[in-house]
Design a protein around this ligand. Structure first.
Ligand SMILES: [Zn+2]
Length: 265
């Protein structure tokens, strides 16, 4: 196969996975009883429908990116707006597939890296929309990372084990200290499990650069929101998951490229 056929295949597969990630993001939190919404269905049924008018969405309109473009971002039946999140997640899913193959070649390692990216996309958007990082996603992500590193795919197995343990404990300790000092839930349990997962995939030496990058990204996002006129008080809950997810994805890229600052193997 020539390169462009491989890339096109990965893009298409990634777009379709992205389309499924939208279902996970929309229906997962209700199915896992994190939010109170019984009318969203499960991850597998019923088929996709408009949340406003309940009209089923025709197959042609379910095609990633094209469906949204053809509909110009509006439901075909009631013309209510389709959130920009739908094409955005589809696009990110496709890019995740391409980036994984570009870095790791057409291999099992690339497939696992893509899986890692897809989990992070779902977790980031769920945290952004609901404030939760569901165990139903973080725990499997920890197990997958440890499993991949049984054969040292991204880091050595001891590094992965220590990464999962240290990632979890560091955030639990910071969270407990923050709770003591300010009586606020600064870092949730979900954040600790997500950092444990990142440690399981990339090893304990990746944790410091990941947390540092995530903190910079989160501060940047808060700054940008302030500049755009949003009022953010000291006790406004800000989901840290998207920043952690982005930092984790960057660390995976750095791992694949063997960047010196991230040279932890
Ligand atoms: Zn509708």
């Amino acid at each position: 196969m020539t390169d462009w056929v491989i890339f096109a295949t990965c893009l298409l597969a990634g777009l379709l996975i992205g389309s499924f990630l939208n279902v996970v993001i929309h229906r997962g939190p209700a199915q896992w009883k994190l939010v109170d919404s019984s009318d969203r269905g499960t991850l597998v049924s019923p088929r996709s429908y408009c949340p406003d008018c309940k009209a089923p969405i025709s197959s042609i309109h379910l095609i990633p990116l094209l469906g949204f473009a053809v509909l110009r971002g509006k439901c075909a039946t009631c013309a209510s707006r389709i959130p920009i999140r739908y094409p955005l997640v589809e696009l990110m899913g496709g890019l995740a597939g391409i980036i994984a193959v570009a870095i790791f070649g057409f291999s099992t390692t690339a497939l696992l890296a893509a899986l890692f990216f897809w989990f992070l996309i779902a977790l980031s958007f769920i945290d952004f929309e609901t404030g939760y990082l569901p165990d139903a996603l973080t725990i499997p992500l920890i197990i997958l990372g440890l499993a991949a590193n049984v054969i040292d795919l991204f880091t050595s197995f001891p590094n992965a084990l220590i990464g999962a343990a240290v990632g979890y404990l560091v955030f639990r300790l910071i969270g407990a200290a923050f709770h003591r000092l300010r009586g606020l839930e600064g870092l949730g349990q979900g954040d600790a499990k997500l950092l444990a997962a990142l440690g399981a995939w990339l090893g304990w030496l990746a944790l410091a650069p990941i947390v540092f990058t995530a903190a910079i990204l989160a501060l940047g996002a808060v700054g940008a929101l302030r500049l755009s006129g949003k009022k953010i008080a000291g006790d406004t809950p800000i989901p840290f998951g998207p920043a952690l997810g982005a930092a984790g994805a960057l660390a995976m890229v750095a791992n694949g490229l063997d960047l010196p600052a991230y040279y932890w193997r």
